[in-house]
Design a binder for this molecule. Structure first.
Ligand SMILES: Cc1cc2nc3c(=O)[nH]c(=O)nc-3n(C[C@H](O)[C@H](O)[C@H](O)COP(=O)(O)OP(=O)(O)OC[C@H]3O[C@@H](n4cnc5c(N)ncnc54)[C@H](O)[C@@H]3O)c2cc1C
Length: 393
């Protein structure tokens, strides 16, 4: 196939030689092993352990962990590029891997030296992480959480409550859990973060969700019943949780956008291959002008979003900390685009697109949640809109 403008955009990603080599081997693994297994994992809803093992054999978990803790300390940009590649092949595997980053990045950014020494090597060696915010009373407004952290003596915190919709919640080695510190009255000021290790007595998996898409990635409800956690596991000081939560979401939102853009790119590539081949009325589908108009819009939106993804990657690598609105724009537009392109992809495949022999059927189901998690797109529209409102004196 000829080189397209999207291929040129991929090639223009400016990475140092070692990161380029990592990305190439990830692409190879995604194409050779992960993509061929994706349909079976979607059907069976079985956790894709062989994918995770092979990614770890490539050192992928080590990629985002700093060198001092057994990792490779590679850039955020190459991390985003890898999320996109894996998600293009299998969205479930992509979100399982990205969730490690979402759960453990706050430990890297806000943990003490002792916490990083204890927790991060497990992740670098292939352990899984999880990020636990959502509760029945705390969805779009996370401050409604009711999980309670009660200090017991000087060394222990007793956790009671529960979480819902937790990615990797039943398989994670370390879970970053947000709750409210019992000794602080202010509902927002009480939010605190702590790390819970797998197997801690009182940590229970209540149910596993049956989902529309991302069927091989596990999503569970958890309960915490008089769960005793060492006070050494509190990240930051009691009451610093909201600051940690907001800073973490800024870095996880470009990551979920990269995941959505992987789905979008897969749907786009499949559509192009199909309509270049399929003929009706003696012409290739791609030769109809009505189809070209659709294609032009999708391709242009994709190029704009991918360009914005790499822009945010470079901003973070250059040390930016104030990029919340850029991240919201990317998450909102990237996920809306994943839904739009996968929907059009089914349409462009005609009746075949509605059947499971073609991957676009799965991609459309996988795309939907990207508009909902990590802040629904209504919430991102609100954040972006508010950003332009001048402060009233
Ligand atoms: C598969 C899956 C995986 C997930 N993984 C995780 C995870 O790993 N960790 C975690 O903590 N959470 C996770 N979540 C939870 C997810 O982030 C929440 O579902 C999401 O934030 C929305 O919360 P909610 O479901 O309670 O919806 P609600 O907040 O109840 O929203 C319902 C509707 O109302 C709209 N709405 C709410 N408030 C406003 C407003 N102010 N203005 C306009 N519209 C509004 C919403 O946009 C939505 O359309 C996951 C969810 C799913 C389904």
């Amino acid at each position: 196939m000829h080189q397209t403008v999207l291929d040129r955009l991929d090639e223009s990603l400016d990475l140092p030689e070692d990161e380029r080599m990592v990305l190439e081997s990830v692409k190879q693994l995604a194409a050779d092993k992960i993509a061929p297994r994706a349909a079976d994992y979607d059907r069976s809803s079985i956790f894709p352990q062989d994918n995770i093992d092979e990614m770890n054999a490539l050192g992928m978990n080590a990629m985002f962990v700093p060198e001092a803790y057994g990792g490779l300390g590679l850039s955020y940009t190459v991390y985003l590029a890898c999320v996109r590649e894996i998600s293009k092949a299998c969205a479930s595997t992509g979100i399982i891997w990205a969730t490690n980053f979402h759960g453990m990045k706050p430990v890297m950014d806000f943990g003490t030296e002792a916490q990083k020494q204890r927790i991060l090597p497990t992740i670098a060696e292939g352990g899984l992480g999880s990020l636990c915010i959502t509760e029945p009373t705390a969805g779009s407004d996370a401050t409604g959480m009711k999980t309670r952290f009660t200090p017991k003596g000087n060394d222990t915190v007793v956790v009671n409550g529960g979480k819902i919709f937790i990615s990797n919640g039943d398989v994670a080695d370390h879970l970053l859990v947000f709750g409210k510190w019992s000794e602080i009255d202010d509902p927002k000021g009480a939010i605190t973060a702590l790390v819970v290790d797998k197997g801690t007595p009182g940590l229970n998996v209540l149910r596993k969700e049956e989902k529309m898409g991302h069927r091989a990635a596990t999503t569970v409800a958890l309960s915490f019943e008089d769960m005793e956690v060492s006070r050494d596991n509190v990240i930051g000081a009691p009451g610093e949780g909201l600051k940690i939560l907001l800073a973490s979401l800024n870095k996880s939102r470009p990551s979920v956008a990269a995941q959505a853009l992987g789905i979008a790119r897969a749907a786009f590539d499949d559509s192009i291959a199909y309509i270049n081949d399929r003929k009706q009325s003696g012409r290739r589908i791609i030769d109809f002008q009505g189809i070209q108009f659709t294609l032009a819009d999708l391709a242009t939106d994709l190029a704009m979003c991918e360009g914005w993804l790499w822009r945010i990657g470079r901003m973070v690598d250059a040390g930016a900390t104030d990029f919340g609105i850029e991240a919201s724009m990317l998450k909102m537009r990237g996920s809306d685009l994943a839904m739009k392109i996968s929907d059009e992809a089914v349409q462009l495949h005609g009746g075949y697109g509605y059947c499971q022999d073609y991957r676009v059927e799965r991609l459309m189901r996988d795309a939907k949640i990207t508009q909902i998690w990590e802040g629904t797109n209504q919430i991102h529209r609100q954040l972006i809109g508010r950003h332009f409102a001048e402060r009233l004196r």
